[in-house]
Design a protein around this ligand. Sequence first.
Ligand code: MLT
Length: 254
Amino acid sequence: MNAGLYFASDHIDEHSLRDRTVVVIDVLRAGSTIPTALANGAKEIIPVHTVERAVKLSGSLFGDHILRGGERLGKTIEGFDLGNSPSEYTSERVQGKAIIYSTTNGSRAIEKARYAKSVVIGGFVNLSSMLGFLQEWAGDFVILCSGNSGKFSMEDSVCGGMLLNELGKQNGDLVLTDAALAARALYKDFGRSIPKMVRTSEHGTYLSSIGFADDLKYCATVDHLKILPQLVGNVVKIKPNGEMTPESEKIVGT
Ligand code: MLT
C-alpha cells in the first residue's frame, strides 16, 4: 500500500491525480464545514472554484432549496447566504438544501481532484471515517492538503500525518513517499496538542483575528463527526456506508 502526500494543491495539476484515490484535507475550514453541513442534513455541496461560477450556477438553478456558501479572506462572500464557519451550517439553515460552495483553498483542492477515481474529504473532525475508508480500500492513495493560498499549511499537513500514522499502526506494508514521511514526522511533533497547533498556525491566527476563534476549537476536535463526504461527479455527498465503523472507531488514539 503506497501513500503519497501533497502539501498544497498548487503543487500539482489535476492530471496528476487522474484515476487515483485521493483524500482532500482542509482543516481550516472547508474540510470541517463540509462534513458538518452534510451531518446537519444538507442534500449536497457543489464546490466551485470562482465566485463568478458560483453566481452563474446559482442563477441557473431555481427554487428555495439552493443556498450559496463560502468565503474570501475568511469572510462571507457578498450576496451569499452563508460564510464558511461550520457554526453557520446548522440543520435549521441547511436541512434538505443544495449548497453552491466556493472557498479560497478547499473548493479549489476538490476541483483539482476531479479526475481522480475516488475522492473523500475531511479534517480532524471526521478523521476516523477517512481512516475507515482507507482501510477498506487497502490500495495506493494520495493525500492532498488544501494548504493556505496555495502554500504549505501546518494544520492540513499535521492532519495528513495523523491519518498516515494511524493507518500505519494497522498496515505493516504502508510505504510512504518523502512528503508523506515528513507529514507524519510533523504530526509526531506538533500533534501533541492539536488545539494549540491549530490556534498558532498562520491561518488559525488570522481567523482568530477576524472573530472566528471558536471555529478553531471545533475544527481541532478529533472525530467529532462520523461522516465521510465524497465527490461524485461535480457534487459532494455523504458516501454510502461512509459512517464510522466500530473497527475504525477502535483505532484512533490506540
Ligand atoms: C478555504 O477553503 O480556503 C478555507 O476553508 C478558508 C477559510 O474559510 O478559513
